[in-house]
Design a protein around this ligand. Structure first.
Ligand code: B3K
Ligand code: ZN
Length: 883
């Protein structure tokens, strides 16, 4: 705990109060030096007419600041007029309208937390969301305080030729003596979390975009020298995002300049500061040699995400941090739809659902389960979660599904008309959607307040005489911490009915006129509900929750139905899903058989179905790659009451080997057919071909005694021209104990040692190996000269790759993986609490492990909780995980 005498304070949504004061304008001046920085701030303030206490003191937030000056309306304030404690500056006896001048000294070079003002690679940069601004100066550091900012930066001209802040540049002046000054003005009132400053030796790649109203916007991407050759893709993505947001939402960019700066030390992916987005290099830089197709796609989607925040987040921001999903869930939904339009839509949906299941479902079923609008927190940075982001996006998607795209767009227009320039709430958003669509969303609102993943059981029946097919759906949600009893939710139920040839039939509710054949969206609103369908000649095959129309868990369906849908469903998501569900049933049966000491083999029919997909000319290559991959170990684990770590690994590997053995020649043919050596591009078609080729390779690589397959893997690892191909081959070698492995890895390191993002891949690769001795190898890698915990990308590459991407070794029965993770959490606790708390999360998922592993995980949580000077961030996750 931060201070052993008082437990950290819990902040509650129910305690929200309007601010007593408002800030109309902020005039900031930064003097940046090698030994620190001086920040002077002039706040133009007034009492909030909407609150009633005329004597309320002004309580400004501030942490790790040295106050060196304070003046009210130009007069230095006497010591009797204010008090300073570790987190506040309180000023009493204030008039109705006034200016406050505050000077603080800060130490950016010593700031390892990566919030507030800090340095990365010798350059200055900021991260203010959620509460970083209070580490820069005293302020009302809450998102409902919207002010106009002017920022002046003074720094050494040679070391920091580039000086940036939000808005438009208004002046640059050479001050002599090797120093210079830049002044920026942001005309849009904004909350402090969107403030940004960058000072450094950076180069810009420039471009421009003409808006639909004909304004020219200058676009600049800044990187360190040398990296500027890798920003073409980000620039393309930025321009595509700007065009898409105009077309799909009518949102036009509002400043004359849009900037992105890439920094290598960054706690998360990127930050949407007004006009000056700051990005982790990992999400800007991409080249064929250094980035995989997955990296290219992530760059595209994060560039879009941050750009989209300009309207959903910046123009309309959040009233308080409990409303975080208002901007995050909505903006993730927007970036997912953008990526769907730019790439293969079905594969995008599959990727997004896979991600939701991999990271959000376990959260929703674990100790830190919370609704998308949480009701309390100790440290807000701990709530930038898959639930707020990914489930939040599913909630917006469900509204879109329920009311349809046209009414959704009307709802967005109304939301903007009502709230542009304001700090809004999730309720404001839903109300706009409700009012614009005329759809009652009263029950739907429960998605905002209820945590947990609903489980749905579906039963069907067929009345031959009446030609009537009936589906009965039952929904239930298990208890989550603090929410023992759950209510039924309003769940969009997208349904298709197929005939025996796999053709879509009309989904006609009893008594209705016949609609067109195809998917129909119905509403499940009760704990149990029956739907009757008429006009059918024979019992249909149902395709349930098409497109994953709600973030739910569907109870296992009959195998013959899954096999049929896997072969025929016209909904590509559900076709993929049927294969995954079928494979899951088969593999879990294998896990049970192995445990009982019985023989088990992967069903030959299933293997044959995979074979038929492999070279189906009607299917998209990227889709085939997804549909022929078996569900991952973590997904399988999530389906078991008590997780059998070794069993899942062993059975899944045996099944993969069975596929590879049975389909060897077809896999080889698919490999060859998709091995394209033409010019490089990242079009959906080219990416799909590489994905399918490498899906084939990952199977072929399992054939240990097959010299041809092994030679293919080695040749690709050594000679491929794209990082996608090199890494796919290395991923095969990662798990193969062959003499060439070490040399190939060493050659890779030698070739890429000056490219940090590629070296991150090198660490991550080794951390995810299934070979015996991997944990020792990881421990040795912590002593590698290129390893450092101080760089979040590097730390995550080794540590989170083990904890989240290598269940076999993280969950080693002797608990060594857990102890290793706890060591790293404790080593990071003081230096970077946000990162420490983030990497700790997997240790809290002990509930469904066997008693031995449970005890070992809990022991490490106890060890963390007993450590002195625990940060609020780590304390909150450890304490909630242990409870
Ligand atoms: N809004 C930022 C995340 C800030 C995280 C603060 N701990 C990036 C994004 O979601 O776009
Ligand atoms: Zn965001």
């Amino acid at each position: 705990m931060p201070d052993s005498s008082t437990p950290p304070r819990t902040i509650r949504l129910a305690d929200y109060r309007l601010p007593d004061f408002l800030i109309d304008a902020v005039d900031l001046a930064f003097d940046l030096r090698e030994d620190g920085a001086t920040v002077t701030s002039r706040l133009t303030m007034r009492r909030n007419p909407a609150t009633s206490d005329p004597a309320a003191p002004l309580v400004l937030d501030g942490q790790d600041l040295k106050l060196t000056g304070i003046a009210l309306d130009g007069e230095a304030l006497g010591a009797n007029r204010y008090t300073v404690d570790a987190e506040h500056l309180t000023v009493t006896d204030l008039p109705g309208v006034f200016t406050l001048d505050i000077t603080t000294e800060i130490a950016p070079q010593q700031n390892t937390t990566m919030q507030g003002l800090y340095t990365s690679g010798g350059n200055f940069c900021t991260q203010c969301e959620a509460e970083g601004f209070r580490h820069i100066t005293y302020y009302l550091d809450r998102p409902d305080i919207l002010a106009r900012y002017t920022t002046t930066i003074v720094a050494d001209k040679a070391k920091y030729p580039v000086l940036l802040s939000n808005g438009n540049p208004v002046e640059t002046t050479d001050l002599g003596g090797g120093r210079h000054r830049a002044k920026w003005e942001d005309p849009f009132p904004k909350p402090s979390y969107l403030f940004a400053l960058v000072a450094g030796d950076l180069v810009a790649v420039e471009d421009s975009f003409t808006t639909r109203s004909g304004r020219d916007i200058a676009l600049k991407i800044f990187t360190r020298r040398g990296d500027h050759t890798k920003v073409d893709h980000a620039m393309r993505a930025l321009k595509a995002s700007m065009a898409w947001d105009e077309q799909v939402y009518g949102f036009e960019y509002d400043l004359d300049l849009f900037m992105i700066v890439a920094v290598s030390d960054f706690n998360m992916g990127a930050m949407e500061n007004k006009g000056l987005n700051i990005f982790n290099t990992a999400l800007v830089l991409a080249s064929r040699e250094t980035a995989t197709d997955g990296d290219f796609q992530r760059v595209e989607s994060v560039v879009a995400h941050e750009y989209f925040h300009n309207w959903t987040g910046n123009r309309i921001t959040c009233r308080d941090w409990f409303q975080l999903s208002l901007k995050e869930g909505l903006t993730v939904f927007r970036d997912q739809e953008f990526s769907g339009d730019m790439n293969s839509r079905p594969v995008q949906r599959i990727t997004d659902v896979r991600r939701l299941r991999a990271i959000q479902f376990p959260e929703d079923g674990g100790p830190i389960a919370h609704p998308i609008r949480p009701e309390s927190y100790i440290e807000i940075n701990n709530f930038y979660t898959p639930t707020v982001y990914e489930k939040g996006a599913e909630v917006i998607r469900m509204i879109h599904t329920l009311i349809g795209p046209e009414r959704y767009r009307k709802g967005m227009d109304l939301y903007v008309a009502r709230h542009d320039g304001q700090a809004a709430t999730c309720e404001n958003f839903v109300a706009a959607m409700e009012d614009a669509s005329g759809t009652d969303l009263k029950l739907f609102r429960r998605w905002y307040s209820q945590a947990g993943t609903p489980e749905i059981v579906v039963e069907d029946s067929w009345d031959d005489a009446a030609g009537r097919y009936s589906l009965t759906l039952r929904q239930s949600t298990g208890p989550t911490p603090g929410q023992p009893d759950k209510q039924p939710l309003h769940i969009p139920f997208a349904l298709g009915l197929l005939d025996a040839q796999g053709r879509d039939l009309p989904v006609r509710l009893a008594g209705e006129a016949a609609p067109a054949a195809g998917t129909r969206v119905l509403s499940l609103t009760a704990a149990e509900q029956r739907f009757d369908f008429d006009g059918l000649a024979a019992r249909p095959v149902p395709s349930l929750f098409r497109g994953f129309s709600a973030p739910i868990k569907l109870a296992p369906q009959p195998r013959d139905r899954l096999a049929f849908l896997f072969a025929h469903d016209s909904d590509p998501f559900n076709r993929w899903e049927a294969g995954q569900q079928l494979a899951t049933q088969l593999l879990l049966e294998g896990v049970a058989a192995r445990k009982a000491g019985q023989d088990w083999r992967l069903d030959a029919e299933f293997v044959a179905a995979i074979g038929r997909l492999l070279d189906d000319p009607a299917l998209d290559a990227a889709f085939i790659a997804e549909a022929t991959a078996l569900p991952g170990e973590s997904f399988l684990a999530d389906q078991m009451r008590v997780i059998d770590v070794e069993g899942i690994h062993a059975v899944r590997e045996a099944a993969r080997l069975a596929v590879a053995t049975a389909l060897r020649d077809r896999l080889l043919a698919v490999y060859r057919a998709n091995d394209d050596h033409g010019p490089f591009d990242v079009s959906a078609a080219a990416v799909g071909k590489r994905a399918l080729k490498n899906a084939a390779l990952s199977y072929l690589g399992l054939l240990r005694d097959d010299a041809e397959a092994t030679a293919l893997v080695l040749a690709q690892a050594r000679g491929a021209q794209t990082m996608t191909d090199v890494l796919a081959a290395l991923t095969v070698l990662r798990d193969r104990d062959i003499p060439e492995r070490a040399q190939v890895l060493q050659d890779f390191y030698d070739r890429w040692q000056d490219e940090p993002l590629v070296i991150d891949k090198w660490f991550a690769l080794q951390a995810t190996s299934s070979l015996p001795g991997t944990l020792d190898a990881i421990r040795a890698l912590t002593r590698h000269p290129a390893f450092t915990l101080r760089n979040p990308n590097r730390a995550r590459a080794l540590i989170s790759s083990l904890a989240m991407g290598n269940p076999l070794h993280f969950h080693a029965a002797d608990g060594a993986g857990y102890a290793f993770l706890a060591d790293q959490v404790l080593a990071l606790n003081a230096a970077n609490p946000q990162l420490a708390a983030r990497i700790l999360v997997p240790l809290g998922r002990w509930q469904r492990h066997d008693p031995g592993r449970q005890a070992a995980m809990q022991a490490q949580l106890d060890r963390i909780l007993a450590a002195p000077d625990l940060s609020r961030d780590v304390y909150e996750i450890a304490a909630k995980s242990r409870a």
